[in-house]
Design a protein around this ligand. Structure first.
Ligand code: IDP
Ligand code: MG
Length: 136
């Protein structure tokens, strides 16, 4: 049965700064994702705080929001069968040290905070996150 989904990817400041966006986008394309929409933006800390609200009680919340708003990012709507899980698979584990060989975070991640990409963790959150960046 077909299960076409959309998910939100963010190429984070550490990766944009190193000009890795084309390589990362090519990994999505090679893995069968369609890039439905994308834009390069530089968000405010207050916007990062809203985006990462689920993490507001975590000790790393402030640093995380500082970081996501520290430079340009690229937000991308990805579409594929089971896109949410498929994207999580090619991203690799949160900490690049634990990310499987060949995943985006294994190849490009620097550390647990500078881990190059964000990906939605559920279909419900994917919808919210896509709306956050792509509704006018
Ligand atoms: P995810 O990005 O793999 O979904 P989450 O647990 O949702 O991981 O955490 C969101 C982001 O917060 C991570 O991508 C990472 O940049 C950062 N983060 C997560 N855990 C830690 C930590 O223990 N220390 C510092 N930053 C962290
Ligand atoms: Mg997450």
């Amino acid at each position: 049965m077909s299960n076409l989904e959309q998910t939100l990817s963010i190429i984070k400041p550490d990766a944009v700064e190193r000009n890795l966006q084309e390589e990362i986008k090519n990994m999505f394309k090679k893995n069968g994702f369609n890039l439905i929409n994308e834009k390069k933006i530089h968000i405010l800390k207050s916007e990062a705080e809203q985006f990462y609200k689920v993490h507001e009680t975590k000790p790393f919340y402030n640093d995380l929001c500082e970081y996501l708003s520290s430079g340009p990012i690229i937000v991308i709507i990805l579409e594929k069968e089971n896109a949410v899980a498929e994207n999580r698979k090619i991203m690799g584990a949160t900490d690049p040290k634990n990310a499987d060989e060949g995943t985006i975070r294994n190849k490009y991640g620097i550390s647990i905070d500078k881990n190059s990409v964000h990906g939605s963790d559920s279909v419900e959150n994917a919808k919210k996150e896509i709306n956050f960046f792509f509704s006018n």
